[in-house]
Design a protein around this ligand. Sequence first.
Ligand code: FA5
Length: 354
Amino acid sequence: MESIKDLIREARAEIQKAPTDRALGDTEVKWLGRKGRLTEILRNLKNLSERERKAQGAEANRARIELEALIRDRRIELRSAAAKTELARERIDVTLPGRALRHGRMHPLTRALDEIRGIFEQLGFSAIDGPEIETEWYNFDALNIPADHPARDMWDTFWLRSNQNLKSKNEKGKSGQKLLLRTHTSPVQVRYMEKHAPPYRIIVPGKVYRYEATDASHDVEFHQVEGLMVDRDISVAHFKHVIRHFFERYFGAKKLSVVLRPSFFPFTEPSFEVMVNCIQCDAKRCAVCKRTGWLEVAGAGMVHPNVFKNAGLNPKGLQGFAFGFGVERLAMLKYKIPDIRLFHSSDPRFLKQF
Ligand code: FA5
């Protein structure tokens, strides 16, 4: 039988040399495991004479206790060294410059819509909503644009396939009406007048859709703001004042010239195109105003009597103006944005400028 003293010496050296916790585990198994060398000695004690058994048994038990203690100490040593290495590796250098947080910001269109709403609210106009999925009646017929009228071509339309579920009273009993994505915010004029008694002073900011090719100033989905002011004696002079005040405030211009050019909309009579002097070049003639010194900013006119009738009102003694402008186009002018498609690009280089 090996001398227990030699064994202990050998085991002690191995324990001290174990480089890792895992290697120490192997050493522990090698000496104290079920088939370990010291375990073997303890197991063989029964084959010895009683005298030898007593002497060796006591020595082997002492050896076991000593090895267990050595292993425990070495394990603590190795684990704390490993933890130190880990901590050093994970050390955070608090003096390194931090990464700047990117702040979210308002989309330029949201800003434009908020500003527009704010200016009109100060003039006593209330902002009203309407549905984006509209019936043929509200988008066209009620606005004095009957089917087959060539004026329908002014608005290239996205028609929807489903013609179901149009039985509500609002649809004037016209169930089976064709549905479409509204091409302008004007249908809300009729929807509002049906439910409220005059006088009116509303704006309708909202999304509209047109089935047309896109380019730098045309999109298939854009925003309009409709305006409607109706009472017994509202005239073109009132309109001119309101619209000039609005554009002066929106563009931050001290004095803006507004010119109404004759135009045609089936739902207004007379109808105008609203022109303002170019805020970009101050009439010095630039590419934005196509060297005319004027910008076309809205369509407008005096509400046609047929529109009052279609909303269930008696047009006698009622008069007022309506207008509609494109929000993207106004924001493009104000912030010098060269292409309308940038609004939907989600490009952070564009968005972070606002
Ligand atoms: C209309 O939509 C009329 N409903 C406006 C109106 C309201 C007239 C009330 C009279 C009374 P128009 O199709 O011109 O009109 O469009 C109005 C504005 O929407 C235009 O001046 C323009 O600024 C904007 N717009 C029109 N088409 C597009 C497009 N494809 N992309 C972006 N903006 C557009």
